[in-house]
Design a protein around this ligand. Structure first.
Ligand SMILES: Nc1nc(=O)c2c([nH]1)NC[C@@H]1CN(c3ccc(C(=O)N[C@@H](CCC(=O)O)C(=O)O)cc3)C=[N+]21
Length: 279
C-alpha cells in the first residue's frame, strides 16, 4: 500500500503565496499576464492550456491562449513570439511542447525573451538550469521537486531513474535531482531492458506519454513512483503508470489526475510572476 502523494495539497500551499502576491500587485494596479502559445492540437497541451487558463484566472492572473494552426509557418510563430516579447502586459510566455515537427523548436526557444521564458526553453536559461545556477527550471521538473520536498522525501544518495529525456522534463529534472545529490539514470526509447533499470530505482519518474508504461514488475517494493504522463484514453486522463497494479507495491505514488500536473500548473503561474520578485 503506497502513500498517495497528493498534488492538490502541494498546490494549495503555493496558491496561497501566489494569491498574496497577486493581491499586492492589484493594490498597485498591476495585473500579471501569461501568454500560452499553442500550435496545433496536441492532446496533453490542450488539457494543460485549459487547466492553466482556469487556474490563472481564478488567482487573478490574466492568461491568454494564442492558438496557431498545426500548419503555421516558422515565420508566423516567431512573429507571435516577438509580439509577446514586446507586450508590456505579458510577463510570462509558455510555448506548448511539442511543436509540430516542421517547426524548429530551437529557433522558437531562442526567440523568447529570457525574462519571460516560463519553461526555461531559451538556451541561456536551459544552460543555467544545467549548471545548477537558476531557481527557474521548467515548471514540470519543479513540480516534481516540490512534491518530493512537501512529503520530505530526501533523494540524497538514492537512485533516481528518470524515463524520458525531453528538454522540458527529463533532462532538466535529471539536473535538479543531481542538485539534490541523487544518483540519476536517464532512460529513453533506445534504452535496453528498461525494467532491469527501473527495478533498481529508489525513485522512478515516468515522463514519456505512454499509458501503462510502468507495470508492477518494473517497481521495487517500497519505491517512490512519480507519474508525469498525461494521456487521454477514451476521454479520461491517465498517466504513464499502471496505477492500480503499481499502487500495492510502491512506497509512495502520485495519482493522475491530481498529482504532478496539479502542481505544474501552479508552478507556471508562479513563474509568470517572477519578474515582480520572489513570492
Ligand atoms: N512547454 C511545455 N511544458 C509543459 O509542462 C507541457 C507542455 N509544454 N506541453 C504539454 C504537457 C502536458 N502538461 C500538463 C500539465 C498539467 C496538466 C494538469 O493540470 N493536469 C491535471 C488535470 C487533468 C485533467 O483535466 O483531468 C492533473 O493532472 O491533475 C496537464 C498537462 C504539461 N506539458
Amino acid at each position: 500500500m503506497a502513500l498517495i502523494l497528493d498534488g492538490k495539497a502541494v498546490a494549495a500551499a503555493y496558491k496561497a503565496k501566489i494569491k498574496a502576491k497577486v493581491d499586492a500587485l492589484a493594490a498597485q494596479n498591476i495585473t500579471c499576464g501569461l501568454a500560452i502559445l499553442l500550435v496545433g492540437n496536441d492532446a496533453a497541451s490542450r488539457i494543460y492550456a485549459d487547466r492553466l487558463v482556469k487556474l490563472a484566472t481564478g488567482l487573478g492572473v490574466q492568461a491568454v491562449v494564442r492558438h496557431l494552426p498545426a500548419d503555421a509557418t516558422e515565420e508566423e510563430v516567431l512573429a507571435l513570439v516577438c509580439e509577446l516579447n514586446e507586450d508590456d502586459h505579458i510577463h510570462g510566455i509558455l510555448p506548448m511542447m511539442p511543436l509540430p515537427p516542421h517547426l524548429a523548436t530551437d529557433r522558437v526557444a531562442a526567440a523568447l525573451a529570457p525574462d519571460k521564458d516560463v519553461d526555461a526553453l531559451h538556451p541561456l536559461n536551459a544552460g543555467l538550469v544545467a549548471t545548477g545556477k537558476s531557481r527557474w527550471a521548467p515548471c514540470t521538473p519543479r513540480a516534481v521537486m516540490a512534491i518530493l520536498d512537501y512529503y520530505q522525501i530526501d533523494v540524497s544518495g538514492k537512485h533516481a531513474v528518470v524515463i524520458g529525456r525531453s528538454n522540458v522534463v527529463g533532462k532538466p529534472l535529471a539536473h535538479l535531482l543531481l542538485g539534490q545529490n541523487a544518483t540519476v539514470t536517464v532512460c529513453h526509447s533506445k534504452t535496453r531492458d528498461l525494467a532491469a533499470l527501473t527495478r533498481q530505482a529508489d525513485v522512478i519518474v515516468a515522463a514519456v506519454g505512454r499509458p501503462a508504461l510502468i507495470g508492477p514488475d518494473m517497481v521495487r517494493p517500497g519505491a517512490v513512483v512519480i507519474d508525469v504522463g498525461i494521456n487521454e484514453v477514451n476521454g479520461a486522463v491517465v498517466g504513464d503508470v499502471d496505477y492500480d497494479a503499481v499502487f500495492p507495491i510502491a512506497g509512495a505514488i502520485t495519482p493522475v489526475p491530481g498529482g504532478v500536473g496539479a502542481v505544474t500548473t501552479v508552478m507556471v503561474v508562479e513563474a509568470a510572476l517572477r519578474s515582480f520578485g520572489d513570492l
